[in-house]
Design a protein around this ligand. Sequence first.
Ligand code: NAP
Length: 342
Amino acid sequence: MGSIPGGSPSEDLSTTRPSVESVVIIGSGPAAWTAAIYAARADLNPVVYEGEPSREMIPGGQLMFTTDIENFPGFPKAIGGQEFMALMKEQAVRFGTRVVGENITKVDLTERPFLLTPSYSQPVTAQTVIVATGARAIWLGLDNEERLAQSGGGVSACAVCDGALPFFRDKVLVVVGGGDSAMEEAIYLTKFAREVVIIHRRDAFRASRVMVDRALANPKIRVEWNTEVVDVLGGDEITGVRLRHTQTGDEREMGAGGLFVAIGHTPNTAFLDGAVELDASGYIVTPTSWRTETSVAGVFAAGDVIDPYYRQAITSAGSGCMAALEAERWLAHHGDPAVTAS
Ligand code: NAP
């Protein structure tokens, strides 16, 4: 729903593009921008393919959906997610990073230089690649959820993108999930909603204590425990949800003016199409501990696309730094043809 922030016009690389790029970075979250800052300061002339806005994801990644980042050192008074990503990008660009507002849709990593195909522009060749494409929202998988999400009928996986829309004002809004995302979305939505109901399938949240305490202390938030959403009601617009108690199996309907699904994320690795080794959940495997190299020599990965465990801005940024340093050292050992504009 709503307009999606982020994205930028593609930079015209025709005059600045070397015949073979030294480092191509795919993604635009903390891992990607940190890798770009390090690669640019190492004179590797990186280019970042920052992706295109879609219903599930926007350039800048998941922090674009985060209101206040309070746990990234250096920001004692917190910083908004969108401002934070804009600053990271600005820092990367300041050191000469080139940015293209396109996805990489296809890769051929069978030989160097690697061949990468963007959505619209010409394929690009690269000596090294850093994959930092992050992860995206998981949906419940209900037909009416998909229908109303696609039609803008009041179903969303991004409270920060959509919650402020007039559509959702002064209504009862449902948030599904029991993790930090659900807590954060619920708290955010209390700014606009009459009431926020968190629907969780168990009797305990998995979210961090501080987030749970904050959510439960909010007088506009209440919780339906041991409950799942089994259908979304409404024609053109959501009017409610059908709930099922997970222990008794009892079903009932509840009126609602919006549904926000916050049940986790899946790594954005489909475009790799098996070119690098993935684990069973689709995360890129980095076989050596404390290294970002993947199963393909010269291809590195960083951020949430390798990390189902920590998934924090600070750990993503750290692994982006590691990937850039490893790419730099790999190029030094394997010979990087001088990066000169053709
Ligand atoms: P998550 O921690 O994986 O939690 C997903 C939640 O959704 C779980 O409570 C899970 O229930 C529930 N769920 C999963 N599939 C479901 C389904 N089909 N139907 C109903 N419920 C379902 O995901 P997350 O909340 O997106 O957080 C991901 C990571 O990002 C975490 O490490 C988190 O700490 C971090 N994060 C941090 C912040 C912050 O620090 N401000 C904000 C957002 C996210 P069960 O508990 O029963 O499995």
